[in-house]
Design a protein around this ligand. Structure first.
Ligand code: SF4
Ligand code: SF4
Length: 443
């Protein structure tokens, strides 16, 4: 059997990062000690995403085998696949390989790591803490798939991307990292609305773009197209100035945002209405760091905004993002004293079922399941970003004019810094190297 150090080395070299979210380098997570449970997050709780469900259906044997190996490497006692109880085909496929399943209820955001651990194990990650503090490592399904490939020496060069929403032919593609979203949308027959916006990721937590002029990274799990006049676009594209002004003048302190806050419901000391109240007194922020710092506990799930909770159509989530940026700017890392954390006794009554969420955000007319359309190849070039994970950006190790082959390392993190290398997703010629990324034209 390979040692823990060897696996960590393989995962680093292959450039494996969390395949959704911020892209935390996976090798670093697996360094953890004192782990008793390895949890595979198969919730895929953002609406309209399908990649993890597809992998659980089609790749169950290799996923279960890889998960068992990582369990041993971590020294854990158990590995649990946590997925929605409604994913019947996926549960059957995994159970037939002997996987231990935890069926999750179908609400949003069941896939938030902190909430998932509470549901599966009844443990609460300390405020401001990490899952390893309660003896748990969590990886999502596509990350696990990439771990399995890395253990065979294969680097991360491709990404499963769901294209859904207002496009002619929604589908799931296996896409080389660096492909332009414009190429992808064209391959789906184009958009079906006049003024589209492009969401990179899920509609509740993704990044909104007015043009498809961006590129697939190791963390791009979906492109969802929505019309400009949708409620989603209204919240996510409002200027920060307007968001703060609205918070100051329109918040009626009704407390609805706090009542439904997903992190408050598991017992965290996060009350978005109090943070909103402070926005009316900008010169008192420093005197109220204890309230402000609770914004750092926010998962940015978006349930508190007018999409679900706020009757005044405000966005405490955007305000929390702003407050987090203030802490980063001032380089303040506040402490959260350890305390016993218990969920709100009314939590079960306040959960938002996924189908209700879909209606509220106006996406119920789009398919929940899309066909797999194979490996994407309708493109001429890729642009591989140097920064596509948590940590320091990579430094290029190729030059303009170099020929590269698929899987070749083309950039590495600075020595000693948190990060992972990037690899050529296709064979071809390097046509440009800039501070942002490396452009490769197909051979
Ligand atoms: S729900 Fe809206 S109006 Fe009510 S307290 Fe929260 S932000 Fe203010
Ligand atoms: S986005 Fe809103 S509801 Fe979600 S965790 Fe943050 S404050 Fe709570």
């Amino acid at each position: 059997m390979v040692s823990k150090e060897e696996v960590i080395g393989l995962l680093f070299e292959a450039g494996v990062v969390g395949a959704g979210g911020a892209g935390f380098p996976t090798y670093y997570k697996l360094k953890a000690e004192g782990i008793d449970t390895y949890v595979i997050n198969g919730a895929e709780c953002e609406p309209l995403l399908f990649g993890d469900q597809y992998l659980m259906r089609k790749e169950a044997p290799s996923l279960v085998k890889t998960a068992e190996k990582i369990k041993e490497i971590l020294g854990a006692k158990q590995v649990i696949f946590a997925l929605k109880e409604k994913y019947k085909q996926e549960i059957k496929a995994l159970e037939s390989e002997g996987a231990q399943i935890f069926p999750l209820r179908d609400y949003y955001p069941a896939g938030d790591e902190v909430i998932l651990i509470r549901e599966v194990l009844g443990r609460t990650v300390p405020e401001g803490g990490l899952p390893l503090m309660v003896g748990v490592v969590v990886n999502n399904v596509e990350t696990l798939y990439n771990i399995g490939r890395a253990m065979e020496g294969l680097p991360v060069t491709h990404k499963f991307v769901t294209i859904n929403g207002a496009v002619k032919e929604p589908g799931l593609w296996l896409v080389p990292v660096g492909v332009s979203v414009e190429d992808l949308i064209n391959a789906c027959g184009g958009v079906t609305v006049d003024n589209p916006w492009y969401i990179e990721g899920g509609p509740m937590t993704g990044v909104y773009h007015s043009k498809p002029d961006f590129h697939v990274t190791k963390t791009t799990n979906a492109i969802i197209v929505v019309p400009t006049d949708s409620k989603l676009v209204q919240y996510e594209t409002m200027s920060l100035e307007r968001i703060l002004k609205n918070a100051r003048f329109a918040c009626i302190q009704c407390n609805q945002c706090t009542l439904v806050c997903s992190r408050k419901l598991i017992g965290y000391n996060l009350e978005p209405h109090k943070i909103m109240r402070l926005m009316a007194y900008p010169n008192q922020l420093r005197a109220n760091v204890d309230v402000l710092k609770s914004a750092l506990l926010c998962s940015e799930c978006n349930l508190c905004s007018g999409l679900h909770a706020c009757p005044m159509q405000l966005s405490p989530r955007r305000v929390n993002q702003y407050v987090k940026s203030l802490f980063r700017r001032e380089n303040i890392k506040p402490d959260f004293p350890r305390r016993d954390i218990e969920p709100d006794p009314l939590r079960d009554f306040r959960l938002l079922p996924s189908k209700n969420l879909l209606r509220r955000i106006g996406l119920h007319k789009y398919p929940l399941e899309v066909p797999f359309r194979g490996e994407f190849d309708s493109f001429e070039e890729v642009f591989v970003l140097l920064s596509q994970h948590t940590g320091r950006p990579c430094v290029p190790i190729v030059r303009e004019g170099d020929s590269v082959v698929k899987g070749q390392k083309i950039g590495e993190p600075p020595s000693g810094a948190l990060g992972v290398p990037i690899h050529a997703p296709i064979s071809g010629q390097v046509v440009d190297v800039s501070a942002l990324g490396i452009r490769i034209r197909k051979a």
